[in-house]
Design a protein around this ligand. Structure first.
Ligand code: SME
Length: 162
């Protein structure tokens, strides 16, 4: 098993994500536990890129309520209703939200005032059910783009066996 936590900030973004995905997959080889995978991904993604907040909100009432799950960073809001904020939008639409300026997003939920941009991707299980969303917040504006979206969605494919 790979045992280190990589800091990939010196690499071009696409290469950093490639190495990160390999690392995540190696560490999770043989694992069959969603919470274990969520904790592992939160740690590895957080330390690879050094963003403000990295982690999961789990679906606790389908179609209605998200509750915070494994994460790294400053204190996160405990619960987010579907449709509220960026996480709630990702949960309702099941479409990854790439938000260059959170202050321009109607209904953005401020857990940490330093948050300036974010990406939130839906997490589906093997049956296609939404089980969580994965949220990364940055203190820089426009920190995330299509490269992040594509690679983040690939890593989260782990939960549906992809
Ligand atoms: N920014 C998120 C809320 C969660 S956190 O910032 C940890 C949102 O608007 O969905």
């Amino acid at each position: 098993m790979a045992e280190t936590t990589l800091d990939l900030r010196a690499l071009p973004k696409a290469e950093a994500w490639r190495q990160l995905e390999q690392h995540v997959r190696a560490v999770l080889e043989g694992v069959d536990d969603d919470i274990c995978a969520m904790a592992t991904m939160s740690s590895l993604v957080h330390h690879a890129f050094g963003h403000l907040w990295t982690g999961f909100y789990r679906v606790v009432t389908p179609g209605q309520l998200l509750r915070v799950g494994p994460y790294q960073g400053t204190l996160g809001c405990l619960e987010i209703p579907f449709g509220k904020g960026v996480c709630g939008a990702a949960a309702t639409t099941r479409v990854t939200q790439v938000i260059p300026d959170v202050h321009a997003f109607p209904g953005h939920i401020t857990c940490d005032g330093r948050s300036a941009s974010e990406i939130v991707a839906p997490v589906l299980d093997r049956k296609g059910a939404l089980i969580a969303v994965f949220d990364i917040d940055s203190d820089r504006k426009a920190a995330f783009d299509e490269v992040d979206r594509v690679h983040l969605e690939r890593i989260l494919g782990w939960f549906r066996g992809a």
